[in-house]
Design a binder for this molecule. Sequence first.
Ligand code: ZN
Length: 137
Amino acid sequence: MPLVYVCPECREEMIVSRRHRGTDVPCPGCRESVSVPKNLAFDSLTRDAVADRRAGYRLLLVAAAACVLWFPIIPATAWFWAVVRIRRTRDEGRTVPEPLFMARTVAATAFCAQMAYYIALINHLETYMDPGVFSSW
Ligand SMILES: [Zn+2]
């Protein structure tokens, strides 16, 4: 059964088969020689690929929710798990599904936006809150 393997250099997808395990294959994208992992698990690959994709959609959902729920800990957590999952998927020689990259991007964007908002809010409060307002009560 041929499989899609992604070039670690340029992320171009290429077709490999069992006999390519542990050998170097030229990448169709960047022409670099790519080592196909010797332990590339062909049998479990499909099941794991489905799990990767599911994890991607789950994290994307959390990241999307983080755009509505305004707590920076949510996108920060989603970003962290997306990064961990992307790394694990690559380490195990599988194609990283697009939802995982999207989840990472959305989570990082939501986190930065929320932090910028809170920093601006704190600055605003420090500037406009006159301590005299409270002491005169
Ligand atoms: Zn390449």
